[in-house]
Design a binder for this molecule. Structure first.
Ligand code: AMP
Ligand code: MG
Length: 487
């Protein structure tokens, strides 16, 4: 275990120089204080979790202090936002403080979000509010616990600094961890500004640091792009299988590592709804739940365009062609497991599709359905779940097929079935209303709810004593919360 001043830095992105990022110092928050920290994320830096409670921790991650070896930088990038190209974006309110490596030799970027104005702030104030910081923290750590690749979050630091959104709120900072903060939009920036040398430097950097195994391939850049396609297909399959809606899948929010990145008005589905739009400024539903799948491919095409200086168009097209079949394979594999199946049959896909249609028509809770399906034998579980459906004849027909399918799948005990299914079907997910409760308490100075919710969500598959209230459908007020896009 390390003390806070023992972190070891190796700022490889900063060393790329001023064409890639600008030196900017964090702007401190007034009266910084710990809201919540993640012990699991602390462990990634070899930090003893108790240091989170020390005043120097809030000073470091509230922008008051810096390690001598830190090199805070605002990165430049661009990106396609809602389908249109924005020529210059960049870290408008976040700073890459530096890259730290742990005892296992893993490198982690320390990124402080809400750290004040930068040359890329455009009309913004460089700040993040407590509300959105808590949401990002909870989501990052909850997705990770579900096995969905995501950036991580070390802590949220709250403050007295006033920040204006629709009303006056308070500023906060989130310390985000990721192996890289490079987005699709980084490649787009150097491609569209016609800077081939920097574009090549960036590609080399990503290849060397993040895809070294692709070096061995005859065409290393193509191998790297293929890997990015594969990782995105797998990540989005997991979003769809677990009901996660990102909300702002602009190419500047897509990580070259295939991790969930940049949390805004995201949501987990309560009732299953393929058409769900979590972002209230997304009037056309570009980033609706079911559109996430084709948008994943659209975004990869935008990245492919930016890689045309290195890879032939035909090879890029071929690699893009991998996306949908890979997505389908990962998705179906996960959905089979969610249904408790251990073998594969061709008819599993229509079995899943029919179930989702029935759930959609009856507004069935997506998470609880699968959890309860694993509570008992298939026959007992479907008999109990039947009451949640309006189209009883439709459900009965599905249930008969499901029971027959389970019988063909293998001969295992109810206990084996439960254990296997509960290991992939969470009991606790980050429902919007749960986040809202934690935020309301935190805004009045009580951080205990945010901390408790974080704890519960760190073990989403394990039933936790006394935590029944976190495994319920939302109350009426919490069903269709409009999550503000301002953050
Ligand atoms: P986002 O929607 O959070 O992914 O941000 C899109 C772009 O706007 C990025 O370049 C952000 O850095 C920038 N941005 C968002 N909010 C602010 C803010 N309050 N101040 C400065 N820049 C911001
Ligand atoms: Mg962003």
């Amino acid at each position: 275990m390390k003390a806070l001043d023992e972190l070891t830095f190796d700022n490889r992105f900063a060393r790329l120089g001023d064409a890639f990022s600008t030196h900017v110092l964090p702007e401190p928050l007034d009266a910084p204080r710990l809201v919540v920290a993640s012990d699991a994320a602390m462990a990634l830096l070899d930090l003893d979790p108790t240091v989170a409670e020390t005043p120097v921790f809030a000073e470091l991650f509230g922008g008051h202090k810096l390690w001598a070896e830190a090199e805070p930088r605002a990165m430049v990038y661009s990106g396609h936002q809602f389908g249109g190209y924005t020529p210059q974006l960049g870290d408008g309110r976040g700073l890459l403080l530096g890259e730290v490596y742990n005892q296992a030799g893993e490198h982690w970027d320390l990124h402080l979000k809400g750290a004040g104005m930068t040359p890329y702030s455009r009309m913004g104030d460089g700040r993040a509010v407590l509300r959105s910081s808590i949401r990002e923290f909870l989501a990052s750590e909850a997705l990770h616990a579900l096995g969905i690749p995501s950036s991580r979050a070390l802590c949220v630091i709250g403050s007295d600094t006033p920040v204006w959104r629709e009303k006056q709120e308070r500023g906060a900072m989130v310390l985000r961890l990721a192996h890289s903060h490079i987005r699709f939009g980084h490649f787009e920036y150097f491609y569209y500004t016609k800077k081939p040398e920097q574009q090549a430097e960036l590609a080399e950097h990503v290849l060397n640091l993040h895809y070294p195994e692709c070096r061995e391939q005859p065409e290393p850049y193509l191998a790297m792009f293929r890997e990015i396609v594969e990782r995105n297909a797998e990540m989005i399959a997991k979003w769809q299988a677990y009901g996660f809606c990102h909300g702002v899948m602009n190419t500047d929010n897509m990580s070259i590592l295939g991790i969930t990145f940049d949390f805004g008005p995201f949501a987990f589905l309560d009732d299953f709804d393929a058409h769900f739009i979590c972002n209230h400024s997304d009037h056309e539903g570009r980033y609706s739940f079911s559109n996430q799948v084709p948008i994943g491919q659209w975004n990869l095409s935008a990245l492919a365009q930016a890689l045309t200086p290195f890879i032939s168009v035909d090879a890029l097209k071929e690699a893009l062609g991998l996306y949908l079949p890979l997505y389908q394979a990962h998705y179906l594999d996960l959905m089979r497991r969610r249904l408790g199946l251990t073998t594969a049959e061709d008819a599993d896909q229509p079995l899943v599709e029919r179930l989702l249609k029935l759930m959609q028509n009856s507004g069935v809770d997506y998470t609880l359905f699968f959890r309860r399906l694993g509570d008992e034998s298939a026959a007992l579980a479907v008999a109990r779940l039947r009451d949640d459906f309006v189209d009883l004849a439709g459900f009965d027909a599905w249930a008969d097929q499901y029971k027959a399918r389970v019988a063909r799948d293998g001969d295992y005990s109810e206990a084996q079935r439960r254990e296997r299914m509960h290991a992939v079907n969470p009991l606790y997910i980050l429902r919007n209303y749960l986040a809202q409760n934690a935020i309301a308490a935190a805004e009045s100075g009580d951080y205990s709810e945010a901390r408790r919710l974080h704890e519960v969500l760190s073990k989403p598959f394990e039933e936790q004593a006394g935590m029944e209230q976190y495994a319920q459908r939302p109350p009426d007020w919490g069903k269709h919360l409009e999550i503000s896009c301002s953050s």
